[in-house]
Design a protein around this ligand. Structure first.
Ligand code: NAD
Length: 489
């Protein structure tokens, strides 16, 4: 198979690093072969980016003109939605229904940041002296690095590329090793939409080589990262050494809470979706379930029933709920945690192993699994598994529930199921997490900021706040009368 080119400083060419592959997770078949970006490629991409963002033709491009470019990209994505979704499924193995939604969200993100960029206003702040006008304005940062994981590539990548360019920066993307294809496709669409050369590069390769060279490059002035907490901590150290901002979207172990007044059917369906869609490979997966003891029996019975009825299948087959995991290593990680749960005294209510269906023997499927009989201190309750494993615990009173829900190093998201919205809102205020869903789960809006508390992250993506995160604020004082602040003699 011929190697496909990568996008370095606006030029499509073979990477100068080692050979790497994209494989279809469902059966391991080869999608594409390419050469990774080497340190020299990183140098070329960053130098081109530095030149491109400083070019007056780009610096002077007004917000509505940058917005027009993003709108063209969103139209190109919409026009090719099905092809892109198929490619995303080939690259990371999610069911087509999910990758169609991811591609649609990428188009929506481009549209949103087009609108946000065009309407983002500076301020005339209140002066403290007569004859002085004070202004606050937003300016680009320069060359920014965007580093993404494999679980929702096209969405994570657009969530960084769109605001970075809307803000007037140049962006160098390092996609995850396993899933390089959609970032390269996005680069083609931006090129087709007329993005000037050098403003976007896509450098597939290993985190420890390509990613490391990128984040350490002296011309890189911001790191935007989505991925695991340990990697995020390392990137934060590098950013601290360089004294540059880092925005970090990290791991989670999100609690979902069923209060005693919840609608059991609605809650069970939402919890099942929140834990097992994307085969649990989602930072926000609701993997710690707290159920009020009065509803424990009916809720758990219905949840097990719904979970057993989930259709495990080929990601391209209509109606598939749960496709394979990304690779064998991920399945081994999940198996390790289920074994650990058993050792710690847990009871596996359903799932817990590799499915027996011979048609699923071609890839790393794992059964959606529910475990009970553990405390919140158990390792499976405290560590991110990133697979289809839900641990359920009963609770009796709200103070103990809140303490247990918050007893985690993570603080990404939470779910609450209750018929009493005011009560649910009071509870939401007490949860140490960045997003709370009430009577719904995993619903998103690009205009609503997203990010984590505690070790789930730093900073926010999405929303107007998510655009300002890619800009530097500058204050300007303008004397409107002569002689302000001169020596008085
Ligand atoms: P990961 O941390 O292993 O890798 C993420 C990215 O970082 C990859 O592109 C990788 O190559 C790169 N990387 C690794 N080491 C690097 C280094 N030294 N320098 C620069 N780049 C480096 O994460 P993953 O396994 O790809 O993704 C799963 C993790 O992502 C989970 O923990 C999940 O919770 C998290 N995640 C978080 C969010 C969020 O928004 N909070 C969203 C999706 C995934």
């Amino acid at each position: 198979m011929e190697t496909v080119p990568i996008f370095v400083g606006g030029v499509w060419r073979e990477g100068r690093g080692p050979r790497m592959e994209s494989r279809f997770p469902a059966d391991g078949s080869l999608n594409t072969v390419m050469r990774a970006a080497s340190a020299e490629d990183v140098e070329a991409a960053v130098q081109a980016a530095e030149q491109a963002w400083r070019d007056p033709a780009w610096r002077q491009r007004l917000p509505h003109q940058r917005a027009a470019l993003l709108l063209r990209v969103s139209e190109l994505i919409d026009a090719q939605q099905e092809r892109l979704a198929q490619l995303q499924t080939r690259d990371n193995g999610k069911p087509l229904a999910e990758t169609r939604a991811l591609v649609a969200s990428a188009a929506a993100t481009a549209r949103y940041f087009a609108a946000a960029c065009e309407t983002l206003e500076g301020e005339l702040t209140t002066p403290r002296s007569p004859g002085i006008m004070t202004l606050s304005r937003y300016e680009p940062i320069g060359v920014v690095a965007a580093i993404t994981p494999w679980n929702s590539p096209v969405a994570s990548e657009m969530q960084k590329i769109a605001p970075a360019l809307a803000a007037g920066n140049a962006v160098v993307v390092k996609p995850a090793e396993a899933t390089p294809l959609l970032a390269l496709e996005l680069a083609r669409l931006f090129e087709q939409a007329g993005l000037p050369r050098g403003l976007l590069s896509v450098l597939p390769g290993k985190g420890s080589v390509t990613g490391e060279a990128l984040i350490r490059h002296p011309l890189v002035k911001k790191i935007a990262f989505t991925g695991g907490t340990e990697t995020g901590r390392h990137l934060a150290h590098v950013a601290a050494e360089k004294l540059i901002p880092a925005s970090l979207e990290l791991g989670g172990k999100s609690p979902t809470i069923v209060l005693d007044d919840a609608d059991v059917e609605v809650a069970a369906r939402g919890i099942c979706y929140g834990a097992f869609s994307s085969a649990g490979q989602a930072c926000i997966a609701g993997t710690r379930l707290f159920v009020h003891r009065t509803l424990w029996q009916p809720l758990m019975a219905r949840l097990v029933e719904l979970t057993r009825a989930l259709r495990l299948g080929h990601p391209c087959q209509p109606g598939t709920h749960v496709a394979s995991l990304i690779n064998e290593a991920q399945r081994e990680r999940v198996m390790h945690y289920v074994a650990l749960a058993r050792e710690e005294g847990g009871t596996v209510l359903c799932g817990g192993g590799v499915p027996s269906d011979p048609t699923l023997a071609c890839g790393p499927w794992f059964e959606p699994t529910i475990i009970t009989g553990l405390s919140n201190q158990a390792q499976v309750c405290q560590q991110e598994i990133f697979g289809p494993v839900l641990v359920a615990l009963p609770f009796d009173d709200e103070p103990a529930l809140i303490a247990a829900a918050n007893a985690s190093i993570y603080g990404l998201a939470a779910g609450i199921w209750s018929r009493d919205s005011a009560r649910a809102l009071r509870l939401a205020e007490q949860l140490e997490v960045g997003t709370v869903w009430i009577n719904t789960y995993k619903t998103f809006s690009v205009s609503t900021p997203f990010g984590g508390y505690k070790q789930s992250g730093l900073g926010r993506e999405k929303g107007r706040q998510g655009l300002k995160a890619w800009m530097q604020q500058k204050s300007v004082y303008l004397a409107t009368a002569p002689g302000i602040n001169h020596w008085s003699d």
